[in-house]
Design a protein around this ligand. Structure first.
Ligand code: AMP
Ligand code: MG
Length: 421
Protein backbone atom coordinates (compact mmCIF):
# COMPACT_ATOMS: atom_id res chain seq x y z
CA UNK A 1 0.00 0.00 0.00
CA UNK A 2 1.03 3.55 -0.64
CA UNK A 3 1.84 4.62 2.91
CA UNK A 4 4.63 2.08 3.00
CA UNK A 5 4.07 1.11 6.61
CA UNK A 6 4.19 -2.51 7.71
CA UNK A 7 0.83 -4.21 8.12
CA UNK A 8 1.80 -5.29 11.64
CA UNK A 9 2.06 -1.66 12.72
CA UNK A 10 -1.56 -1.07 11.89
CA UNK A 11 -3.99 -0.76 14.79
CA UNK A 12 -6.81 -3.31 14.79
CA UNK A 13 -10.26 -1.75 14.68
CA UNK A 14 -11.29 -2.91 18.16
CA UNK A 15 -8.16 -1.38 19.72
CA UNK A 16 -8.66 1.84 17.76
CA UNK A 17 -12.28 2.17 18.86
CA UNK A 18 -11.31 1.48 22.48
CA UNK A 19 -8.51 4.07 22.35
CA UNK A 20 -10.77 6.66 20.73
CA UNK A 21 -13.63 6.00 23.16
CA UNK A 22 -11.25 6.97 25.95
CA UNK A 23 -10.95 10.40 24.29
CA UNK A 24 -14.72 10.95 24.21
CA UNK A 25 -16.89 12.29 27.02
CA UNK A 26 -20.66 12.18 26.55
CA UNK A 27 -22.30 15.57 26.08
CA UNK A 28 -23.78 16.42 29.47
CA UNK A 29 -25.77 19.62 28.91
CA UNK A 30 -29.45 18.84 29.40
CA UNK A 31 -32.23 20.82 27.77
CA UNK A 32 -36.00 20.55 27.85
CA UNK A 33 -37.76 20.13 24.53
CA UNK A 34 -41.42 19.84 23.50
CA UNK A 35 -42.44 16.34 22.49
CA UNK A 36 -42.58 17.18 18.79
CA UNK A 37 -38.92 18.23 18.89
CA UNK A 38 -37.85 15.15 20.82
CA UNK A 39 -37.49 12.63 17.97
CA UNK A 40 -33.96 11.18 17.84
CA UNK A 41 -32.94 13.11 20.96
CA UNK A 42 -31.35 11.20 23.85
CA UNK A 43 -33.06 11.22 27.26
CA UNK A 44 -31.07 12.95 29.98
CA UNK A 45 -33.15 11.41 32.77
CA UNK A 46 -35.34 8.39 33.39
CA UNK A 47 -39.02 9.01 32.67
CA UNK A 48 -41.38 7.37 35.15
CA UNK A 49 -45.04 6.65 34.46
CA UNK A 50 -47.31 9.16 36.16
CA UNK A 51 -50.57 7.31 35.53
CA UNK A 52 -51.99 3.91 34.92
CA UNK A 53 -52.81 3.39 31.26
CA UNK A 54 -55.48 2.79 30.46
CA UNK A 55 -56.61 4.95 33.38
CA UNK A 56 -59.77 2.79 33.82
CA UNK A 57 -61.09 -0.53 32.50
CA UNK A 58 -61.84 0.09 28.81
CA UNK A 59 -63.65 -1.93 26.20
CA UNK A 60 -61.44 -3.35 23.45
CA UNK A 61 -64.41 -3.86 21.10
CA UNK A 62 -67.70 -2.41 19.96
CA UNK A 63 -70.34 -4.57 21.65
CA UNK A 64 -72.26 -5.02 24.88
CA UNK A 65 -71.04 -5.06 28.48
CA UNK A 66 -72.71 -7.85 30.43
CA UNK A 67 -72.59 -10.09 33.50
CA UNK A 68 -71.27 -13.49 32.51
CA UNK A 69 -73.43 -15.07 35.20
CA UNK A 70 -76.55 -13.86 33.30
CA UNK A 71 -75.71 -15.91 30.22
CA UNK A 72 -77.30 -19.36 29.86
CA UNK A 73 -74.79 -21.97 28.73
CA UNK A 74 -77.33 -24.20 26.93
CA UNK A 75 -80.12 -21.98 25.60
CA UNK A 76 -80.37 -18.54 23.93
CA UNK A 77 -80.13 -15.63 26.36
CA UNK A 78 -82.14 -12.46 25.76
CA UNK A 79 -80.98 -9.42 27.77
CA UNK A 80 -82.38 -5.84 27.82
CA UNK A 81 -80.12 -2.92 26.77
CA UNK A 82 -80.40 -0.26 29.49
CA UNK A 83 -78.05 2.38 28.10
CA UNK A 84 -74.80 3.05 26.33
CA UNK A 85 -71.17 3.84 27.14
CA UNK A 86 -69.33 5.65 24.38
CA UNK A 87 -65.62 6.53 24.18
CA UNK A 88 -65.34 9.77 26.13
CA UNK A 89 -68.93 9.49 27.44
CA UNK A 90 -69.08 6.98 30.31
CA UNK A 91 -72.33 5.30 31.43
CA UNK A 92 -73.04 7.15 34.65
CA UNK A 93 -74.66 4.56 36.92
CA UNK A 94 -74.13 0.93 37.91
CA UNK A 95 -75.62 -1.65 35.57
CA UNK A 96 -78.29 -3.86 37.19
CA UNK A 97 -77.91 -7.65 37.03
CA UNK A 98 -79.75 -9.11 34.07
CA UNK A 99 -79.13 -6.05 31.84
CA UNK A 100 -76.50 -5.00 29.32
CA UNK A 101 -75.06 -1.68 28.16
CA UNK A 102 -74.04 -0.92 24.60
CA UNK A 103 -70.35 -0.06 24.60
CA UNK A 104 -67.82 1.22 22.03
CA UNK A 105 -64.09 0.63 21.76
CA UNK A 106 -62.24 2.81 24.26
CA UNK A 107 -65.31 3.47 26.45
CA UNK A 108 -65.06 2.91 30.20
CA UNK A 109 -66.64 -0.40 31.25
CA UNK A 110 -69.44 0.59 33.64
CA UNK A 111 -69.63 -0.75 37.19
CA UNK A 112 -71.06 -4.27 37.29
CA UNK A 113 -70.42 -6.10 34.01
CA UNK A 114 -67.42 -8.42 33.81
CA UNK A 115 -67.17 -9.02 30.06
CA UNK A 116 -67.84 -7.42 26.69
CA UNK A 117 -69.38 -9.42 23.89
CA UNK A 118 -68.64 -8.25 20.34
CA UNK A 119 -71.68 -6.85 18.55
CA UNK A 120 -71.02 -9.18 15.59
CA UNK A 121 -71.67 -12.12 17.93
CA UNK A 122 -75.13 -10.89 19.04
CA UNK A 123 -78.58 -10.77 17.56
CA UNK A 124 -79.63 -7.14 18.11
CA UNK A 125 -83.27 -6.09 18.28
CA UNK A 126 -84.22 -3.69 15.42
CA UNK A 127 -84.97 -0.99 18.00
CA UNK A 128 -81.84 -2.01 19.98
CA UNK A 129 -83.81 -2.57 23.20
CA UNK A 130 -82.45 -6.10 23.67
CA UNK A 131 -79.79 -8.50 22.45
CA UNK A 132 -79.75 -12.25 22.22
CA UNK A 133 -76.74 -14.55 22.61
CA UNK A 134 -76.50 -18.09 21.30
CA UNK A 135 -75.04 -20.82 23.56
CA UNK A 136 -72.04 -21.23 21.20
CA UNK A 137 -71.12 -17.57 21.76
CA UNK A 138 -71.80 -17.83 25.47
CA UNK A 139 -69.48 -20.84 25.76
CA UNK A 140 -66.54 -18.78 24.43
CA UNK A 141 -66.97 -15.82 26.79
CA UNK A 142 -64.45 -15.55 29.63
CA UNK A 143 -64.24 -13.18 32.62
CA UNK A 144 -62.62 -9.95 31.43
CA UNK A 145 -63.31 -10.81 27.78
CA UNK A 146 -62.58 -7.78 25.53
CA UNK A 147 -61.78 -5.62 28.53
CA UNK A 148 -58.45 -3.75 28.76
CA UNK A 149 -57.80 -3.50 32.45
CA UNK A 150 -56.71 -0.31 34.15
CA UNK A 151 -52.89 -0.18 34.21
CA UNK A 152 -52.60 -3.19 31.91
CA UNK A 153 -50.42 -1.25 29.43
CA UNK A 154 -48.46 0.95 31.87
CA UNK A 155 -48.53 0.98 35.66
CA UNK A 156 -48.06 4.30 37.49
CA UNK A 157 -44.53 4.55 38.89
CA UNK A 158 -43.00 2.10 36.39
CA UNK A 159 -39.91 3.06 34.40
CA UNK A 160 -41.34 4.30 31.14
CA UNK A 161 -38.19 5.30 29.23
CA UNK A 162 -34.63 5.06 30.51
CA UNK A 163 -31.94 7.73 30.47
CA UNK A 164 -29.76 7.25 27.41
CA UNK A 165 -32.66 6.13 25.23
CA UNK A 166 -32.61 7.72 21.79
CA UNK A 167 -36.22 8.55 21.20
CA UNK A 168 -38.13 6.91 18.39
CA UNK A 169 -41.61 8.06 17.35
CA UNK A 170 -43.25 5.35 19.46
CA UNK A 171 -41.25 6.44 22.54
CA UNK A 172 -42.50 9.99 22.12
CA UNK A 173 -46.03 8.61 21.75
CA UNK A 174 -45.60 6.68 25.01
CA UNK A 175 -44.66 9.93 26.78
CA UNK A 176 -47.64 11.71 25.20
CA UNK A 177 -49.88 8.89 26.44
CA UNK A 178 -48.80 9.85 29.94
CA UNK A 179 -49.84 13.45 29.44
CA UNK A 180 -46.25 14.70 29.31
CA UNK A 181 -45.58 17.76 27.13
CA UNK A 182 -41.79 18.03 27.34
CA UNK A 183 -38.77 15.77 27.87
CA UNK A 184 -35.32 16.41 29.26
CA UNK A 185 -32.70 15.50 26.64
CA UNK A 186 -28.99 16.02 26.12
CA UNK A 187 -27.84 18.78 23.83
CA UNK A 188 -27.10 17.36 20.40
CA UNK A 189 -23.39 16.82 19.72
CA UNK A 190 -22.16 19.54 17.38
CA UNK A 191 -20.29 18.04 14.45
CA UNK A 192 -18.57 20.02 11.71
CA UNK A 193 -17.97 18.31 8.37
CA UNK A 194 -15.45 19.26 5.68
CA UNK A 195 -14.34 17.61 2.46
CA UNK A 196 -10.78 18.22 1.37
CA UNK A 197 -9.30 18.02 -2.10
CA UNK A 198 -8.31 20.36 -4.93
CA UNK A 199 -10.15 18.14 -7.40
CA UNK A 200 -13.52 18.55 -5.65
CA UNK A 201 -16.36 20.68 -6.96
CA UNK A 202 -19.82 21.30 -5.60
CA UNK A 203 -22.69 19.72 -7.53
CA UNK A 204 -24.35 22.44 -9.59
CA UNK A 205 -21.10 23.86 -10.92
CA UNK A 206 -19.61 23.12 -14.36
CA UNK A 207 -17.09 20.34 -13.98
CA UNK A 208 -13.56 21.49 -14.80
CA UNK A 209 -10.97 19.28 -16.44
CA UNK A 210 -9.52 16.91 -13.82
CA UNK A 211 -12.24 17.63 -11.31
CA UNK A 212 -14.95 15.47 -9.75
CA UNK A 213 -18.13 16.36 -7.95
CA UNK A 214 -17.78 16.08 -4.23
CA UNK A 215 -20.01 13.44 -2.67
CA UNK A 216 -18.63 12.52 0.74
CA UNK A 217 -20.31 15.34 2.64
CA UNK A 218 -23.62 14.26 1.18
CA UNK A 219 -23.21 10.85 2.79
CA UNK A 220 -21.67 12.05 6.05
CA UNK A 221 -24.16 14.84 6.75
CA UNK A 222 -27.06 12.45 6.19
CA UNK A 223 -25.53 9.83 8.47
CA UNK A 224 -24.84 12.40 11.18
CA UNK A 225 -28.32 13.87 11.03
CA UNK A 226 -29.82 10.42 11.20
CA UNK A 227 -27.74 9.73 14.30
CA UNK A 228 -29.13 12.85 15.94
CA UNK A 229 -26.13 15.20 15.67
CA UNK A 230 -26.30 18.93 14.95
CA UNK A 231 -24.25 19.32 11.79
CA UNK A 232 -22.29 22.30 10.50
CA UNK A 233 -21.35 22.05 6.84
CA UNK A 234 -17.88 23.48 6.30
CA UNK A 235 -17.99 22.77 2.57
CA UNK A 236 -14.94 21.93 0.49
CA UNK A 237 -11.47 22.93 1.70
CA UNK A 238 -8.54 22.96 -0.70
CA UNK A 239 -5.33 20.97 -0.24
CA UNK A 240 -3.72 24.01 1.25
CA UNK A 241 -2.31 23.86 4.79
CA UNK A 242 -3.18 27.48 5.51
CA UNK A 243 -6.78 27.17 4.38
CA UNK A 244 -7.12 23.91 6.31
CA UNK A 245 -5.61 25.44 9.40
CA UNK A 246 -7.94 28.40 9.36
CA UNK A 247 -11.04 26.27 8.81
CA UNK A 248 -10.18 23.51 11.29
CA UNK A 249 -9.06 25.86 14.04
CA UNK A 250 -12.22 27.94 13.86
CA UNK A 251 -14.48 24.87 13.75
CA UNK A 252 -12.71 23.10 16.63
CA UNK A 253 -13.48 26.04 18.90
CA UNK A 254 -17.23 25.49 18.91
CA UNK A 255 -17.81 21.85 17.94
CA UNK A 256 -17.59 18.55 19.75
CA UNK A 257 -16.32 16.73 16.67
CA UNK A 258 -14.58 17.70 13.48
CA UNK A 259 -15.07 15.19 10.69
CA UNK A 260 -13.05 15.52 7.50
CA UNK A 261 -12.66 13.33 4.46
CA UNK A 262 -9.64 13.09 2.19
CA UNK A 263 -6.09 14.31 2.52
CA UNK A 264 -5.18 11.99 5.36
CA UNK A 265 -2.82 9.56 3.65
CA UNK A 266 0.82 10.10 2.65
CA UNK A 267 0.44 11.91 -0.67
CA UNK A 268 2.13 15.25 -1.20
CA UNK A 269 -1.23 17.05 -0.92
CA UNK A 270 -2.33 15.23 2.25
CA UNK A 271 -2.17 17.96 4.88
CA UNK A 272 -4.95 17.05 7.30
CA UNK A 273 -2.80 15.10 9.79
CA UNK A 274 -0.07 17.73 9.83
CA UNK A 275 -2.54 20.51 10.46
CA UNK A 276 -4.29 18.63 13.26
CA UNK A 277 -0.96 17.67 14.83
CA UNK A 278 0.05 21.32 14.67
CA UNK A 279 -3.18 22.62 16.22
CA UNK A 280 -3.60 19.70 18.67
CA UNK A 281 -2.57 16.05 18.73
CA UNK A 282 -2.99 12.97 16.57
CA UNK A 283 -3.61 9.87 18.72
CA UNK A 284 -3.26 7.35 15.86
CA UNK A 285 -3.90 7.23 12.15
CA UNK A 286 -3.22 3.79 10.69
CA UNK A 287 -5.90 1.17 11.14
CA UNK A 288 -5.86 -2.47 10.10
CA UNK A 289 -9.03 -2.04 8.09
CA UNK A 290 -9.96 -2.31 4.43
CA UNK A 291 -11.10 -0.10 2.93
CA UNK A 292 -10.08 2.95 4.90
CA UNK A 293 -6.61 2.29 6.30
CA UNK A 294 -5.69 5.91 7.03
CA UNK A 295 -8.11 7.19 9.66
CA UNK A 296 -6.60 9.99 11.74
CA UNK A 297 -7.99 10.30 15.23
CA UNK A 298 -6.94 13.19 17.42
CA UNK A 299 -7.97 16.31 19.24
CA UNK A 300 -7.82 20.05 18.84
CA UNK A 301 -8.49 21.41 22.33
CA UNK A 302 -11.59 19.60 23.55
CA UNK A 303 -12.77 18.84 20.02
CA UNK A 304 -12.40 15.26 18.76
CA UNK A 305 -11.01 15.20 15.22
CA UNK A 306 -11.70 12.33 12.88
CA UNK A 307 -9.90 12.49 9.57
CA UNK A 308 -11.46 9.91 7.28
CA UNK A 309 -9.89 8.89 3.96
CA UNK A 310 -11.24 10.33 0.72
CA UNK A 311 -12.57 7.34 -1.15
CA UNK A 312 -16.36 7.28 -0.81
CA UNK A 313 -16.53 3.63 0.27
CA UNK A 314 -13.74 4.11 2.80
CA UNK A 315 -15.61 7.10 4.19
CA UNK A 316 -18.78 5.14 4.73
CA UNK A 317 -17.07 2.09 6.20
CA UNK A 318 -14.85 4.16 8.50
CA UNK A 319 -17.85 6.18 9.59
CA UNK A 320 -20.06 3.18 10.35
CA UNK A 321 -17.49 0.97 12.03
CA UNK A 322 -15.15 3.50 13.61
CA UNK A 323 -16.81 6.91 14.02
CA UNK A 324 -20.30 5.68 14.90
CA UNK A 325 -19.45 4.07 18.26
CA UNK A 326 -17.70 7.30 19.27
CA UNK A 327 -20.69 9.39 18.28
CA UNK A 328 -23.04 7.08 20.16
CA UNK A 329 -21.01 7.68 23.32
CA UNK A 330 -21.03 11.42 22.70
CA UNK A 331 -24.80 11.31 22.22
CA UNK A 332 -25.14 9.69 25.64
CA UNK A 333 -26.26 6.31 24.36
CA UNK A 334 -25.03 3.02 25.78
CA UNK A 335 -22.72 1.07 23.45
CA UNK A 336 -24.43 -1.13 20.89
CA UNK A 337 -22.67 -3.70 18.76
CA UNK A 338 -23.79 -3.78 15.13
CA UNK A 339 -26.28 -6.52 14.33
CA UNK A 340 -24.41 -9.51 12.86
CA UNK A 341 -25.89 -12.44 10.99
CA UNK A 342 -24.04 -15.61 10.12
CA UNK A 343 -24.81 -16.38 6.47
CA UNK A 344 -23.26 -18.32 3.58
CA UNK A 345 -20.97 -16.70 1.04
CA UNK A 346 -22.24 -16.83 -2.52
CA UNK A 347 -18.96 -15.41 -3.78
CA UNK A 348 -15.25 -16.12 -3.87
CA UNK A 349 -12.49 -13.74 -2.73
CA UNK A 350 -8.71 -14.00 -2.79
CA UNK A 351 -7.46 -12.44 0.40
CA UNK A 352 -4.33 -11.92 2.46
CA UNK A 353 -4.97 -12.04 6.23
CA UNK A 354 -4.07 -8.90 8.20
CA UNK A 355 -6.79 -6.29 7.92
CA UNK A 356 -10.46 -6.46 8.85
CA UNK A 357 -12.39 -6.02 5.62
CA UNK A 358 -15.90 -5.09 4.59
CA UNK A 359 -17.52 -5.87 1.26
CA UNK A 360 -20.70 -4.27 -0.04
CA UNK A 361 -23.27 -6.98 0.18
CA UNK A 362 -26.87 -8.07 -0.13
CA UNK A 363 -28.73 -11.12 1.05
CA UNK A 364 -30.45 -13.05 -1.66
CA UNK A 365 -32.42 -16.27 -2.14
CA UNK A 366 -32.57 -18.71 0.72
CA UNK A 367 -30.64 -21.92 0.31
CA UNK A 368 -31.94 -24.92 2.31
CA UNK A 369 -28.99 -24.25 4.64
CA UNK A 370 -29.84 -20.58 5.20
CA UNK A 371 -29.59 -17.19 3.52
CA UNK A 372 -26.90 -16.57 0.92
CA UNK A 373 -24.99 -13.33 0.63
CA UNK A 374 -23.52 -11.88 -2.52
CA UNK A 375 -21.16 -8.98 -2.98
CA UNK A 376 -20.89 -6.16 -5.50
CA UNK A 377 -19.09 -6.91 -8.75
CA UNK A 378 -16.23 -4.53 -7.95
CA UNK A 379 -14.48 -4.04 -4.63
CA UNK A 380 -13.10 -0.62 -5.63
CA UNK A 381 -13.25 1.80 -2.71
CA UNK A 382 -14.16 4.51 -5.20
CA UNK A 383 -17.40 2.84 -6.29
CA UNK A 384 -20.22 4.88 -4.78
CA UNK A 385 -22.60 2.74 -6.83
CA UNK A 386 -21.67 -0.23 -4.63
CA UNK A 387 -22.99 1.60 -1.56
CA UNK A 388 -26.26 2.48 -3.22
CA UNK A 389 -26.62 -1.15 -4.35
CA UNK A 390 -25.76 -2.70 -0.99
CA UNK A 391 -28.11 -3.44 1.88
CA UNK A 392 -25.32 -4.34 4.27
CA UNK A 393 -21.67 -5.29 4.61
CA UNK A 394 -19.89 -8.61 4.76
CA UNK A 395 -17.25 -8.44 7.47
CA UNK A 396 -14.10 -10.52 7.18
CA UNK A 397 -12.00 -10.58 10.36
CA UNK A 398 -8.27 -9.90 10.40
CA UNK A 399 -7.24 -13.57 10.31
CA UNK A 400 -9.57 -14.53 7.47
CA UNK A 401 -7.86 -15.80 4.29
CA UNK A 402 -9.51 -16.69 0.95
CA UNK A 403 -13.27 -17.01 0.92
CA UNK A 404 -14.96 -19.67 -1.22
CA UNK A 405 -18.68 -20.11 -1.94
CA UNK A 406 -20.45 -21.82 0.94
CA UNK A 407 -18.15 -20.39 3.62
CA UNK A 408 -19.93 -18.95 6.64
CA UNK A 409 -19.41 -15.17 6.84
CA UNK A 410 -20.74 -12.34 9.00
CA UNK A 411 -23.29 -10.00 7.39
CA UNK A 412 -23.98 -6.61 8.96
CA UNK A 413 -27.27 -5.24 7.62
CA UNK A 414 -27.34 -1.47 7.22
CA UNK A 415 -30.46 -1.39 9.41
CA UNK A 416 -28.34 -2.64 12.32
CA UNK A 417 -25.87 0.18 11.68
CA UNK A 418 -28.56 2.83 11.86
CA UNK A 419 -28.24 3.53 8.16
CA UNK A 420 -31.64 2.45 6.94
CA UNK A 421 -35.18 2.53 8.25
P1 AMP B 1 -7.49 11.20 -0.72
O1 AMP B 1 -7.80 10.41 0.51
O2 AMP B 1 -7.61 12.66 -0.54
O3 AMP B 1 -6.19 10.75 -1.30
O4 AMP B 1 -8.60 10.80 -1.78
C1 AMP B 1 -8.74 9.47 -2.23
C2 AMP B 1 -9.70 9.41 -3.41
O5 AMP B 1 -10.99 9.81 -2.98
C3 AMP B 1 -9.34 10.31 -4.54
O6 AMP B 1 -9.64 9.64 -5.74
C4 AMP B 1 -10.25 11.50 -4.36
O7 AMP B 1 -10.51 12.19 -5.57
C5 AMP B 1 -11.49 10.86 -3.81
N1 AMP B 1 -12.23 11.80 -2.98
C6 AMP B 1 -11.71 12.53 -1.98
N2 AMP B 1 -12.64 13.31 -1.42
C7 AMP B 1 -13.79 13.05 -2.08
C8 AMP B 1 -15.11 13.56 -1.97
N3 AMP B 1 -15.43 14.46 -1.04
N4 AMP B 1 -16.06 13.09 -2.82
C9 AMP B 1 -15.73 12.17 -3.74
N5 AMP B 1 -14.50 11.65 -3.88
C10 AMP B 1 -13.54 12.09 -3.07
MG1 MG C 1 -7.02 14.28 -1.64
Amino acid sequence: MSDGCAEDRLLPLAAAVAAALALVEPVRDAETVPLLDAYSRVLAADVLARLDTPPADHSAMDGFALFLADVHPDQPTRLPVVGSALAGHPYQSAVPRGAVVRITTGAVVPTGPDAVVMQEQCVIAPDETWIELQPTTAARLRPGENIRRRGEDVTAGALLLGRGRQLRPQDVALAAGQGLTTLSVWRRPRVAVASTGDELQEPGTILANGAIYESNRYALIGLLRRLGCAVTDLGIVHDDPLALRTTLRAAAADHDVLLTSGGVSVGTADWVKDVIADLGQIAFWRLAIKPGKPVACGRIGSCLTLGLPGNPVSVMVAFLLFARPLLLKLLGRPPVAPLRMRVMADFALRRKPGRREWLRARLHADDPHGPLVRVYHTHSSGAISSLAWAEGLVELPEACADVVPGDPVDYLPFVGLGMED
